[in-house]
Design a protein around this ligand. Structure first.
Ligand code: HEC
Length: 504
């Protein structure tokens, strides 16, 4: 095109632009001009670590690595998994028994969760001992606390998804424990379960929490955690000042990068070994009517499980709210209370002492729980039977079962309206309720008396299986308050009695 004399280019001659990189000739340059990735990478690799690289610093990046592994294995699991009471168990069975390397993939995911909990403990222990939460790192510490809660939330919501006996009953116990929180507990439980019982809606909700809601929170908090970490910088060894570490520094690359990578390799090896030697099992499909199943949570929830046993009746508020809440506040508030610049652990006996005491207490609670199970012959026999059932189920070839299965425990009254057999059971249960003398203490239609609490509405608190277990074997605390320890009921009578009480 011809330039006219009036064109501005006559007055301001164009200088030739610098030769722009073409994407084909130099893709890295082309990308750098548009993203600035070189600068970002340099910034990341040249981050200065006061006091130099150390193996003690690998836990944070190890957690990030495990999170990525959980995302990848989790996404693959969702290719097959269907979150409904009818399909969940059978799709997990399909993953475990049919899909190529499906059992391995699922085991990686299950063991990854356990390893994450272990790494969180190590990461927190390192920061505690090094006093690395000090020096303008309050928000970094709080974001870490948020991450910890989210990871525990992932473990809790993921546990239900296989919908086998173990998953179902452990989650029933877990959600019941939540309902003990005074004031909001029951609402919280209803919200989590999407109703008084546990069924497809519960699974959808847990699935949604496990793959959308909590992961979104996790990614957000990881981003925040990393940004705040970049801003504060590494704290360095405990001898250094938390704000202006004087120790001589070393760049993140190469030694710390190599250590982090070495640790990631160690994690891969550990996961592979665990997933191969101790693959995650799957038990028979959840049967809410099973009254004998003894639920036990994953090992990292054992201490809490044991702890809750010590608090019953009106004292639950102390065990569930006051003490854990106080400890959580103490933990989260640590960088706000502990303002001294001193970081060496032996100069901070109070903070380090409390941390070690709580950690020791948790270990003790967990060990106590396992030992109590091993020592009680009835419990030990039932747990062994359950493990045996799981192994037997694992040996069976895959058989799709998507039709109906065990009925979901709807509130008994609603079920009776649809089902004449259920109505008959409830009518019979009413007679047993009177004949066994329940009526004398718990009142007509479970309305309650001065002697015993009301039972009407108990379906929101206890599933039929739990109610049945409670009636056939009241807890010592209940017996102490006057609930007879034993009734003469056969299986059918117990079932009808439970149906009646749940219908109130
Ligand atoms: C002698 C009086 C008495 C009789 C008879 C009795 N109970 Fe109880 N029951 C109690 C007391 C007292 C409690 C409350 C214990 C507590 O607060 O922990 C209780 C608690 C319960 C609970 C737990 C309530 C809750 O909210 O956790 C259930 C369920 C129950 N009884 C069912 C029955 C059934 C069913 C029968 C008949 C087979 C029966 N009880 C007979 C006195 C009695």
């Amino acid at each position: 095109m011809k330039q006219t004399p009036s064109s501005r280019s006559m007055a301001q001659p164009l200088t030739a632009p610098p030769a722009a990189a073409s994407p084909a000739a130099a893709p890295a340059d082309w990308l750098d001009e548009r993203t600035g990735w070189r600068g970002l990478l340099r910034q990341a690799l040249e981050e200065r670590i006061p006091g130099g690289a150390r193996w003690a610093y690998v836990f944070g990046s190890g957690l990030l690595f495990l999170l990525l592994s959980q995302i990848v294995t989790g996404v693959f699991l969702t290719f097959y998994y269907v979150p409904s009471a009818d399909h969940a168990h059978t799709t997990v069975a399909y993953i475990t028994k049919v899909v190529a390397d499906g059992a391995f993939l699922r085991s990686l995911h299950a063991w990854g969760a356990s390893l994450m909990v272990i790494l969180i403990v190590l990461h927190v222990a390192q920061i505690m001992l090094y006093g690395a939460y000090k020096g303008k790192r309050e928000l970094l510490w709080l974001s870490g606390g948020g991450l910890m809660a989210l990871v525990l939330g992932m473990a809790f919501t993921g546990y239900l998804l296989p919908w086998d006996e173990r998953a179902y009953f452990a989650t029933a116990v877990g959600t019941n424990a939540i309902s003990e929180v005074p004031g909001i507990g029951n609402t919280l439980k209803l919200l989590l379960r999407a109703g008084p019982g546990m069924g497809t809606l519960t699974l959808s909700r847990f699935f949604s929490l496990h793959v959308f809601i909590i992961p979104a929170g996790l990614l957000l908090f990881v981003l925040l955690h990393l940004l705040l970490f970049r801003k504060a910088g590494p704290a360095g060894p405990p001898s250094a000042d938390p704000v202006r570490p004087a120790a001589k520094t070393e760049k993140f690359y190469p030694r710390q990068v190599l250590m982090d990578a070495g640790f990631a390799l160690l994690l891969i090896a550990t996961l592979t070994l665990l997933a191969t030697l101790l693959p995650a099992t799957l038990g028979p499909r959840a049967n809410p009517a099973d009254t004998r199943f003894i639920p036990r949570p994953e090992w990292y929830y054992r201490p809490l499980f044991q702890w809750l046993k010590y608090w019953e009746g009106s004292r639950v508020i102390i065990g569930l709210l006051v003490i854990p809440g106080g400890l959580a506040l103490l933990f989260l508030g640590l960088p706000f209370f502990d303002r001294r610049a001193e970081r060496r652990p032996w100069r901070r006996p109070f903070a380090v002492g409390i941390f070690l005491a709580v950690l020791g207490g948790l270990v003790k609670l967990g060990v106590t729980s396992y030992r109590a199970d091993a020592r009680n012959p009835v419990v030990a026999a039932q747990l062994a039977r359950q493990a045996q059932q799981e192994r037997a189920y694992m040996r069976q070839p895959f058989a799709p079962s998507t039709s109906g299965g065990a009925p979901q425990p709807a509130p008994a009254a609603a079920a009776a309206a649809l089902n004449p057999k259920q109505a008959a059971a409830i009518a019979d249960g009413k007679k047993i309720y009177a004949a066994q003398g329940c009526i004398a203490c718990h009142g007509d239609a479970g309305s309650g008396t001065a002697m015993a609490p009301k039972l009407a509405g108990i379906h929101a608190k206890l599933s039929p299986a739990q109610l049945s277990a409670l009636i056939s074997q009241p807890t010592p605390a209940m017996s102490a308050k006057g609930m007879p320890p034993h009734f003469n009921l056969n299986t059918a009578e117990l079932k009808h009695l439970v149906a009646y009480v749940e219908s109130l």
